[in-house]
Design a protein. Structure first.
Length: 383
């Protein structure tokens, strides 16, 4: 099964969008899982999900059972959540591991760094070793991971370029925000579930064209003409605004700013889709991260997290800011789901792009098509 992608790779003025199959076909969903998610640096969760050493959270990502854990030394790691003995799931719910990760089946135990540390009765009753069971070779299988912007990024295949090389341009673009950032806590995280392919959430996020109609509230102060497109082929695309206005409480107090930002950020804000599945936003006084978790061709969970420059910001203000963004992201649901339903029209050709307004979306489609072509070429070469 291969879909035609040559039209997608044409210049924006002539290109079509990705064919329908990329939104509705389970076989293409699987192909994209390999080409776009497992072989790239994909967002899995946030490091704030495991704030203390020993904190462990089981997750399922594209069918894979994973364990997100902060080891005793404080390092965030991702393992397959599967025992090396008979393949039992190790951790069933979020908890703090006090000693070791103990498999509930035959009690093999692993350190929080993944080492297999005990194997009770493996050599017969009362004998905890056996020469055939070599502990150093039977640690938990670790998934390559990296933390940036509090996001835990994983590269499942292990062969993507190092994170700093793969993300060099965005790291550079937002270098000024490379400073302490604090998750707002329980009131600063929420989840939205959408009946849509994950790519439609990316496509909608990276353009500002829809603002006047979908976000009338936002558009009342941040108008279409105040926005600019951002395109970095191969890495990210999105939009910026020149008129970010800080939220204030009754007393006129605002969130404290990031330190030492250049003047541009007095009124600017930027929103980038970092390919494949992470949506980030930065402002002078707060930031957010959205991790898109694909649950099937037509189902996506969005995990949203808000961050501040201090650990102890005003609770009421924080709640209002969360509500403000929640309203905006909820306003997007009907278009993301509407585009998904639209993709079942068999004669739809993938659509067209406004060269003036849809560059960021086309940039993403072109990246998707390019990665799939590379993946297909490799698969052919391996035959
Ligand atoms: S399956 Fe884990 S100890 Fe046996
Ligand atoms: Fe939107």
């Amino acid at each position: 099964m291969t879909t035609p992608l040559h039209n997608v790779r044409r210049p924006v003025a002539e290109a079509n969008g990705l064919p329908n199959a990329h939104y509705i076909d389970p076989a293409v969903f699987d192909e994209e899982k390999q080409a776009l998610l497992f072989s790239q640096w994909a967002g899995l969760a946030v490091a704030s999900d495991v704030p203390e050493p020993g904190d462990a959270v089981p997750l399922t990502f594209l069918g894979m059972p994973l364990l997100l854990i902060r080891d005793k030394a404080g390092q965030v790691r991702v393992f397959q959540n599967t025992c090396r003995h008979r393949g039992m799931i190790l951790v069933d719910e979020p908890r703090r591991i006090a000693g070791a990760i103990r498999c509930p089946y035959h009690s093999w135990c692993y350190g929080t760094d993944g080492r297999l540390v005990s194997t009770p009765h493996v050599g017969g009753p009362g004998r905890n070793t056996h020469e055939a069971v070599k502990r150093p070779e039977l640690g938990l299988v670790e998934i390559r991971s990296h933390v940036w912007f509090d996001v835990v990024w994983i590269n499942v295949t292990g062969d993507a370029p190092p994170f700093d090389a793969a993300m060099a341009d965005v790291l550079d673009r937002w270098r000024e925000f490379e400073q302490p950032m604090y998750h707002g806590g329980a009131d600063s995280r929420f989840q939205l579930s959408v009946n849509s392919n994950w790519k439609l959430a990316v496509e909608n996020y990276c353009e500002s064209y829809h603002l006047p109609w979908v976000h009338p509230g936002l558009n009342s102060y941040s108008r279409l003409e105040d926005h600019y497109n951002i395109e970095k082929p191969g890495e990210y695309s999105g939009q910026g605004t020149l008129v970010y206005r800080q939220l204030g409480n009754e007393n006129g107090e605002t969130f404290p700013d990031f330190k030492g930002l250049s003047d541009k950020w007095d009124t600017a804000a930027e929103y980038l889709a970092i390919y494949p599945n992470v949506l980030l936003g930065v402002h002078r006084d707060h930031a957010f991260a959205i991790i898109l978790v694909p649950e099937g061709p037509e189902r996506t969970v969005e995990n949203i997290h808000l961050y501040y420059t201090q650990p102890d910001t005003d609770e009421g203000l924080r709640a209002r800011n969360t509500q403000l963004w929640k309203t905006v992201f909820e306003e997007d649901i009907f278009v993301v789901e509407g585009m998904q339903r639209g993709r079942h029209a068999p004669l739809f050709d993938g659509g067209r792009f406004s060269p003036a307004m849809d560059g960021a979306t086309h940039c993403f489609h072109d990246w998707v098509a390019g990665k799939i072509e590379t993946h297909r070429a490799r698969a052919r070469a391996a035959e």
